[in-house]
Design a protein around this ligand. Sequence first.
Ligand code: BV8
Ligand code: ZN
Length: 241
Amino acid sequence: MIAKMQTIKALLSGARSVAVLTGAGVSAESGVPTFRDDGGLWKERRAEELARSEAFFRAPELVWEFYNWRRALVEKCDPNPAHYALAALEKQVPEMLLITQNVDGLHQKAGSENVLELHGSLWRLRCTVCVHEEENLEELPPLPACPKCGHLLRPGVVWFGEQLPAGILSTALDTVGKVDVMLVVGTSSVVQPAASLAHVAKRAGAVTIEVNLEPTHNTGFMDFALHGKAGEILPELIEGI
Ligand code: BV8
Ligand code: ZN
């Protein structure tokens, strides 16, 4: 592991451009539950069941209860050393884009500036009818109403079966297609199209590195894989580069 760490540190310190893809594992040490660990996110319901528009329009109260529970939980969570290490890396590398699947906003809270939220944010709301959308950190009622047209607001996240916002996905694909190094941290690499970004990067010639608690679907084709806690590995990787 030491020799691998040294090699990766050298790669990162020599890189002109780096893309990072993060998933729920990077927020785990902040106390934010992951999606696919310990069998279920909330009331034994799986995110895939609740994070979809059919579920929302069938039972908006239930889905809003799920999201209000997550907003209240995440609001109390602080960034952990993994988030801070990535914010520090951004200051060391000439060009870096942090692409996250997470909707918790902890990368920004830790000081990362160049962040692309592939799946939206718990802190953004948008109207189900008109074009109104807003940043909102307040406690919400069980069925939040649009201040413009009075119709139901929805969480500003990308649900399963929904396309990622067009500009967001193309920016991610363009970026990973031209970086020297791609770091993939804390994701089971199950959800698409996020999980394919590392493939695009590798095909375009980037060195690909996975940092995850356990092996994933993508481990096999990564150039390097470090298995352990992101909050322990990342600070060591970033230190002194
Ligand atoms: C789309 C926002 C197309 C909402 C999320 C094949 C079969 C079936 C379906 C599909 C398929 N291919 C594509 C799909 C559709 C689907 C999909 O990927 N399904 C999966 C389940 C197979 N994809 C979509 O629907 C996407 N849209 O494809 O549109 C389209 C095209 C045209 C027209 C219409 C549509 C949209 C996907 C976005 C879904 N929204 N979230 C919300 O959060 O409420 S996804 C959700 O999963 C979160 O964003 C989360 O970030 C993401 C990925 O999960 P992970 O982050 O990886 O978390 P997970 O728990 O899985 O893993 C955590 C990892 O961390 C683990 O490996 C663990 O070991 C590790 N870990 C734990 N602790 C630590 C750690 N690592 C380090 N340190 C630690 N301390
Ligand atoms: Zn409206």
